[in-house]
Design a protein around this ligand. Sequence first.
Ligand code: CTP
Ligand code: MG
Length: 181
Amino acid sequence: MAILETIVIAFWAMLPAYVPNNAAVLAGGGRPIDGGRTWGDKRMLGDGKTWRGTAAGIVTGLALAGFLSLFAGEVRSATGVDVPEFTLLAALGLAAGAMLGDILASFLKRRTGRQRGAMFPGLDQLDFVVVSLPLTALLASEWFFDVFTWEVIAVVVILTPILHVATNMIAYKLGLKNEPW
Ligand code: CTP
Ligand code: MG
């Protein structure tokens, strides 16, 4: 498989996992998931993880997967790149996994004494990959192993941090995020 084709497939397949975080930033607010609860003297998750942001993220990821699936056939015949359609369970694994990874990262940040918005290099960039890929493999095994070959996974691991840094920098410059990470 040509490298460019692998990159296009990796990006396409990961879009339903990439976009939920950005949708959560736009829609976030309201009641925090942890309801303000603390564990020890630290918050469980913090005010940055809300029900509304999480729901909006998952719904956006599902909608995007549906949208991409509508155009997959056309993209394949126009470009020759074998971009996949998404099954509902695949879409759910990617979108919900991304949100879950982000929530898990917040939990780890609070446990390690980091305030809301604090940076956690490495975790910030890959948290959603670490949960969305295994969850998708679990929920939609056949689809997952068909699409996510080792080459695609390697591209995802390299491409994701780069995209993450770039999109967060843009969101920060636009005033949508309080920190550039
Ligand atoms: N957001 C949300 N619900 C989520 C994820 C994000 O409401 N599940 C919104 C919040 O308004 C949050 C903003 O998106 O402040 C930015 O997201 P993120 O950087 O992930 O959260 P932080 O505020 O940095 O909090 P944390 O340190 O816990 O990651
Ligand atoms: Mg943050």
